[in-house]
Design a protein around this ligand. Structure first.
Ligand code: ZN
Ligand code: ZN
Length: 168
C-alpha cells in the first residue's frame, strides 16, 4: 500500500504516473513528492515535463509554510532538510536525508527549467564549481553522497545534452 501524506497539508497524496514514473501529488497544495532520482529521470526523459506538471496542477493553489516540521511521507518520522536546487539557484527544495526523496512545492516546479537554462547560458558559474567541490568535501555521509550523485548526474546530463562545459 502506498499511503503518503503531504508534508505540508497532512492529507493523503495521490499517485500520478508521468512518463512511466509514479510521483505523489498533494490534492490540496499541489506539491509533488519525487522518490530518489525520479526528479532527475523525469528531467532526462523530457526537459519540458516540469513546466507541464506545473501547468497541470496549478489550478490547485493553496500553498503555505506549515507551522510544523515537514516530515518525509515515506520515512514518516524523518525531517525534510531544505536545500537549494542546483546549489546556486534560489529555488528551495526539501530533501529527505534518509531515502533521498525530494519535495517540490507548486510554484517551484515552474522555475526549474529557467534555472537550468540560466545555468547553461552562464557556462559554468565559478561558484557552482566551487560549491560542488565544497559539497564533495562535506559529503561524508551516505545521504550526502546520494545528493551529490543526483547533482553531478544532472550536471553531466546537461553537459551532454546541451554541451554544457562542465568537467568533473
Ligand atoms: Zn499539500
Ligand atoms: Zn524519506
Amino acid at each position: 500500500m502506498r499511503e503518503r501524506q503531504c508534508p505540508v497539508c497532512l492529507v493523503e497524496m495521490k499517485p500520478q504516473v508521468h512518463l512511466g514514473i509514479t510521483i505523489d501529488v498533494c490534492p490540496t497544495c499541489a506539491g509533488i513528492w519525487f522518490d530518489k532520482d525520479e526528479l532527475l529521470h523525469i528531467t532526462q526523459l523530457d526537459p519540458e515535463a516540469l513546466p507541464q506538471l506545473d501547468e497541470m496542477y496549478r489550478p490547485v493553489v493553496h500553498s503555505y509554510d506549515p507551522p510544523w516540521e515537514k516530515l518525509c511521507p515515506v520515512c514518516h518520522n524523518t525531517r525534510l532538510r531544505q536545500y537549494n536546487y542546483l546549489y546556486t539557484s534560489n529555488i528551495e527544495l526539501d530533501e529527505c536525508p534518509e531515502c533521498g526523496g525530494i519535495w517540490v512545492e507548486n510554484s517551484e516546479l515552474a522555475k526549474m527549467p529557467q534555472v537550468l537554462k540560466d545555468v547553461r547560458a552562464m557556462d559554468v558559474p565559478p561558484e557552482a564549481e566551487a560549491q560542488i567541490t565544497l559539497a564533495q568535501m562535506e559529503a561524508e555521509s551516505q545521504q550526502e553522497r546520494g545528493r551529490l550523485e543526483f547533482l553531478t548526474g544532472l550536471f553531466r546530463f546537461l553537459s551532454t545534452r546541451f554541451r554544457f562545459p562542465f568537467e568533473d
